[in-house]
Design a protein around this ligand. Sequence first.
Ligand code: ZN
Length: 242
Amino acid sequence: MIVHKTPSLTIYFGNAQDALFPDQYRALKDIDLPLISIAPFDGMRKLLHARSLIFLDQVHKADGHVITSDCEDWKSFAREGDYLISRLPHVGLGIMTADCLPIVCYDRQHHALGVAHAGWRGSVGEVGPAMLTHMQKEFGTHFDQVQIFFGPSIKPCCYQVRDDVRKAFAQSPFADEIIQWHGESYYFDLPGLNRLMLEQMGVSKEAFHLDYNVCTACDEHFFSNRRQKERAGRQMTVACLS
Ligand SMILES: [Zn+2]
């Protein structure tokens, strides 16, 4: 686990040590205790100074929710969606991944936050741009004023793909940059695609913090669907405003 901490924002990048399996976290939506009182969320709560934590039932699409004070009693993992945006301080917005890309967007000007879950399907649906557009509508976010953090995800060194993925991006203006033929296979650059899509909206190259974007398939500190198949748990990325 790594914590990125500034006076205004804390981001928790978890790894396999504090991860959960899907049947474990899905069961939590039927429990009547606040998520923050249950391990491993209680430790995270202390690090983030969070009074509540919110996770979604992620469905690989490009829809999400605005979290206001009315939403704080939402059952975690019960509502469908792939991004969360909010201006509430001390509320942790969480994403579960095992190769998909966690995207955190911070708008310093409006003290607003977004977290998104972007796998290849969500990226076809442009979940990252959808989250930023929602932040613009809701909070007045300017795309050239945000900071973007990418968490751990599978990277082009390991993301060998079949023709279905190549075809899904055939019309993308970035197709040549994000799908490359090496030897006998195509390899897909998931974080590269998400960076290019956000840059096209007006996010500056300097806005991207990529230090936390290590390859989950190469690095055995992380769970990876590609490496472990059905034995893969999910690591957490949780961001929280101060
Ligand atoms: Zn790799």
